[in-house]
Ligand binder design. Structure first.
Ligand code: SAH
Length: 354
């Protein structure tokens, strides 16, 4: 029977100390491991210079550090150098994309939560081939680690995480929550919960469960339409979870955390961009602890949706603002390398997306 190595990446210092002791080593090896893996971004035991050679050899024999087993198959940087997209091959041969963005306020990583996605939103590339599998917390953490390692070379650090890559995080609930806890730990990446945003297509029971976790992360809801009839045409998930139910779960979340919920609204020409639709949206959100993030649809090959003219985008935002709804138009980043919203795919098709 093949011997399965113990995966260390994603374990806390206490867990690492325990493993070291079980292997007959002093407990402090646990802290050393954590420091190398999470602070120095060294994932090769033989390069962990303060670990005795024989212990390093024993670790190498019995354990692995996940990011070392991942292969960055390709890396693309946008013309303005602000956005990078990595195509990462996972240990089992599946691949995911992950994106890093330099904003004025810091560096954000847009993490994927699944290989592909099962939601079937008609405007999104991530769902073209369905959901292959959930990512583990360690695989999500590795996406942060890859960018953190790059940034550390110039003294930078990951400041924000948005779980907005491919996949529906609330359908990979346990691992996503674990990931958020891990990334928050001081001995890992020390990210404040307020610097984490989770985006969902509106899995109501997932939102309710998330509220019970009692961690003050930001919640973003991909709304995209103010009525069930229209939303259903764009997002099959709306057949199961209706807008009113999503809104009341989101309201409760906002109340419990005191944090405004962001409603993402992609604008598709001739589909959901009419001033009248904006009025309906304003009515729906009126009186709620909410803000709208307007995203002109990004082109996805094989879909053919069009982006409204920039005047219509601005007008849509004005209708909301005139009615007292906070609305911003999302700054588009990385569309020249297909790293923008809705453009991330699971599989690597040579000559296609990368
Ligand atoms: N499943 C989650 C996480 C994915 S987030 C969710 O639905 O929220 C990806 C964000 O990009 C969502 O708001 C999604 O609706 C949006 N998006 C998808 N396709 C897009 C496209 N072609 N143009 C712009 N935004 C898109």
């Amino acid at each position: 029977m093949a011997f399965k190595k113990q995966e260390l990446f994603g374990l806390s210092v206490d867990e690492l100390r325990h493993i070291a002791q079980e292997m007959g080593m002093p407990a402090f090896r646990g802290r050393q491991l954590a420091d190398w893996m999470y602070k120095q971004h060294v994932w090769d035991f033989s390069a962990m210079t303060d670990i005795a050679k024989k212990d390093a050899a024993l670790f190498a024999e019995k354990c692995t550090v996940l990011p070392k087993d991942l292969t960055v198959l390709a890396e693309k940087t946008s013309r303005d150098k602000l956005t990078s997209k990595l195509l990462v091959r996972l240990a089992d041969g599946n691949s995911i994309e992950t994106v890093g963005m330099q904003h004025g306020y810091g560096y954000s990583v847009c993490a994927s939560s699944q290989v592909g996605c099962a939601m079937g939103c008609v405007f999104c590339a991530s769902t073209l081939e369905g959901c292959v599998r959930n990512l583990t917390a360690a695989e999500m953490l590795s996406q942060v680690a890859l960018f953190q390692k790059k940034l550390a070379q110039t003294g930078g650090r990951v400041g924000n995480i948005i779980i907005m890559g491919s996949g529906e995080p609330l359908l990979n609930y346990a691992e996503t929550v674990k990931f958020m806890h891990l990334v928050h730990q001081p001995e890992l990446y020390n990210l404040g919960y307020r610097n984490i945003t989770l985006s969902t297509c509106g899995i109501v029971d997932g939102i309710e469960n998330l509220q019970r976790e009692d961690i003050p992360i930001n919640l973003a809801i991909s709304l995209h339409a103010p009525t069930d009839a229209l939303r259903e045409q764009l997002m099959p998930v709306n057949k199961k979870y209706k807008i009113q139910d999503i809104m009341s779960a989101a309201d409760n979340y906002a109340k419990a955390t005191g944090r405004r919920v962001t409603y993402e609204y992609i604008l598709i020409k001739g589909v959901n961009d009419a001033p009248d639709t904006a009025k309906k949206l304003a009515k729906l959100l009126s009186g709620r602890l909410a803000a709208v993030n307007i995203i002109p649809v990004n082109p996805v090959k094989a879909k053919g949706w069009q982006r409204p003219d920039s005047r219509d985008v601005a007008d849509f935002g004005m209708v909301l603002q005139d009615r007292g709804i906070t609305a911003t138009i999302r700054k588009e980043m990385g569309s020249d390398i297909r790293a923008a919203c809705g453009q991330l795919k699971a599989a690597h098709t040579p000559g296609d997306i990368f």
